[in-house]
Design a binder for this molecule. Structure first.
Ligand code: PRX
Length: 646
């Protein structure tokens, strides 16, 4: 199946922003003359004070420096709002579709500019100033976009926390950046069910006395407890605030946001993104990879809590003046045609989603898709995990009717914006491949010895030199930043992923090489899930690995050893599932928990995950070199139990 190649549609060849020849020329120039190249790209933004230096970056083992456009100043909210509101104030910036069909809002550029300005003034009245952190725990509603842009307007730093995370996960993320202000909602809505956000927020804030103010958006209008002196209704605070708020000049290297993501060890990492480079990369790549045209309607299905939404639902599109569709609900509710209906109604031109959703909709067959007119679609994207060729072909044939190029975009929370992807007017498509590097990006495959693999081959996916959207550090932990990304292969940024390069120079991502798993496109550290399980009083220890999952890409398999004398039971299994939901959130719920009287370890006591991963994948014989296992009988017993339970 990997042999399929889909050529650039002939209409795009002549009209796309970037065609095959210009890609080659621009890519070469972006490496040979990066300063001149990025100086030009940066003109996609309005700068308050133009930068004189473009790039000051190096990855030497002694010193990692990442600075872009350092002496320029700008304001991200001005770039995403005012310059469009000025010319096209009455046109739609946001087309919001609520969880319940028929619950819609049209927000114009002027509306959004006013709302953002009022909110910025309200935040300022609460003492928020440049450099302060503000946490945001909201569903996919226009107020979430307003919250991000209002922070940006003041030069404050937003930290959006996925509204599916638990109170405890929220608390950890507030504590880490020490925001004094939280913006949340009474409730969220998901597939017809109410999600009690305010209740979670209250629980999260119990141990965090430094949070002084909570603004509460009325999403459902249900009664929720309000703490006097701390909590205020968002609409009341805005009603009192002026709709005039001049954007603050922010240094290009001043932070725009922090976003937490899982690593292979310890607590989630707060990836810190700065303003100038991030916005240049987001805006320029959005325009190129989706071949964006003025007037296009863009629908990215990601939740505001993930980087995909930060860059390609909000900042990239809005910086370009694109109209965005913001969808609060899920693709399967009330039925599996929800997205297709939205595409038809809003005449969506660009559609960007994740393979896991495509796989689950594929199971529903073609009928829900065929009921809707999807002829407005022009370009479709995929992100977050490798897309299997079957899902790619279904997406291309059934959804895109074979007309729309699919851009498979590879990037990470850490990279800020895309690193590998086909540009639709420039590259033939191979289902399952993220194609070639974006401008200025230099991929390198390194083998286990740290040697660069040339030509066709596989290795650890690394990047030589920086790109503008790159995260600058892990908030409060530069050491961890250096060790995680620059420690393994000195002189290179290491992604944590494996990849293969084929004879045409196309990249194929083979998946994570560390203890990070990708469940439905959501990144989780196995260690976090283990810690949640181990916090149950009956658990002695737990080991968590990824297992192949038809829809989710990877599922979560937990091997749990109970304390002496604790009986194994289904009730306990359910309790353990629940503790993970409480400590992290429903996305981290294990798909399978198997009791292990002991875990396989080497002689120095390290858990041998390699073996557990194979067993979880249903490979009961091939354990590779088992000579390191301290007690082989332990493996045999686990295999017996997993086989019996399968
Ligand atoms: O393993 C890669 C996978 O998702 C990881 C990054 O996850 P996160 O920071 O949550 O960002 C996801 C959205 C940008 C990567 O290390 N990944 C992301 N995109 C792709 C991918 N794997 C294969 N193909 C992709 N297009």
């Amino acid at each position: 199946m990997n042999q399929h190649v889909f050529p650039v549609p002939s209409a795009l060849k002549s009209t796309a922003h970037v065609d095959a020849q210009s890609y080659r020329e621009l890519y070469r120039r972006s490496l040979e003359a990066p300063e001149a190249f990025w100086r030009e790209q940066a003109q996609i933004l309005d700068w308050m004070k133009p930068f004189t230096t473009v790039k000051n970056t190096h990855y030497s083992p002694e010193d990692v420096t990442i600075e872009w456009f350092a002496d320029g100043t700008l304001n991200a909210s001005f770039n995403c709002l005012d310059r469009h509101a000025r010319a096209r104030g009455d046109e739609a910036a946001i087309l919001w579709e609520g969880d319940t069909p028929g619950d819609t809002r049209r927000v114009t550029w002027s509306d959004l500019q006013q709302e953002v300005s009022r909110l910025a003034n309200a935040l300022r009245a609460l003492g928020v100033k440049k450099g302060d952190f503000v946490s945001v725990y909201l569903p996919v509603v226009p107020e979430a976009v307003a919250a991000m842009l209002a922070c940006a307007r003041l030069g404050a730093v937003h930290s959006v926390v996925f509204s599916g995370f638990s109170a405890e996960a929220l608390a950890g993320r507030i504590e880490d950046c020490r925001s004094r202000v939280l913006i949340t909602a009474d409730e969220g809505m998901r597939a017809g069910k109410h999600v009690s956000l305010k209740r979670n927020a209250d629980a999260a804030l119990e141990g965090l006395p430094f949070v002084e103010h909570v603004l509460v958006v009325r999403r459902t209008g249900r009664d929720v407890p309000m703490t006097p002196g701390r909590d205020r209704w968002y609409d009341e605070a805005l009603a009192e605030a002026s709709a005039e708020c001049p954007p603050v000049a922010v240094g290009a290297e001043d932070p725009l946001f922090v976003l937490y993501t899982s690593g292979s060890t310890g607590k989630p990492k707060g990836m810190l993104h700065t303003t100038g480079g991030y916005l240049v990369h987001a805006a320029a790549s959005f325009k190129a990879m989706f071949d964006y045209r003025p007037g296009d309607i863009h629908f990215c299905t990601a939740d505001v809590g993930w980087v995909t939404a930060h860059t390609y639902l909000i900042y990239g599109p809005l910086a370009n003046g694109a109209t965005i569709v913001l969808f609060e609900g899920v693709p399967s509710w009330p039925d599996a045609s929800r997205w297709w209906q939205i595409i038809e109604v809003y005449k969506v031109n660009i559609f960007y989603t994740a393979p896991t959703a495509i796989r689950s909709l594929m199971r529903e067959g073609e009928a829900p898709v065929r009921r809707h007119d999807l002829s407005s679609l022009r370009i479709m994207g995929s992100v977050g995990e490798p897309i299997n060729p079957e899902a790619w072909l279904w997406y291309h044939e059934v959804v895109g009717k074979g007309r729309c190029p699919i851009v498979d975009t590879y990037w990470q929370t850490e990279t800020g914006a895309v690193l590998l992807c086909p540009l639709p007017g420039a590259m033939d498509l191979k289902p399952g491949s993220a194609a070639k590097p974006f401008f200025g990006v230099q991929p390198a495959l390194l083998n286990g010895e740290g040697t660069v693999v040339e030509g066709e081959g596989s290795g650890n996916l690394c990047f030589a030199d920086s790109w503008p959207g790159q995260a600058r550090t892990i908030l409060g932990d530069r050491e961890r930043f250096l060790k995680t990304y620059f420690g393994a292969f000195p002189g290179f940024y290491f992604t944590g992923d494996g990849a293969r390069r084929d004879a045409d120079g196309y990249y194929w991502i083979t998946g994570r090489l560390d203890d990070v798993i990708n469940v439905s496109g959501h990144r989780l550290g196995t260690v976090e899930v283990e810690a949640a399980l181990a916090s149950h009083p009956s658990v002695a220890e737990a080991a968590v690995v990824g297992m192949p999952h038809e829809i989710k890409g990877q599922g979560i398999f937990a091997f749990v050893t109970l304390k002496e004398g604790i009986p194994e039971s289904d009730a306990l299994r359910r309790e353990l599932m629940q503790i993970v939901r409480t400590r992290i959130g429903p996305i981290a719920t294990p798909d399978r928990i198997e009791w292990a009287p002991q875990l396989p370890k080497n002689r120095s006591g390290k858990i041998l995950r390699r073996i557990l991963t194979r067993i979880a994948a249903g490979d009961f014989e091939n354990h590779g070199d088992t000579s390191t296992v301290a007690d082989p009988a332990v493996v045999a017993e686990i295999v017996r139990r997993v086989q019996a339970g399968a």
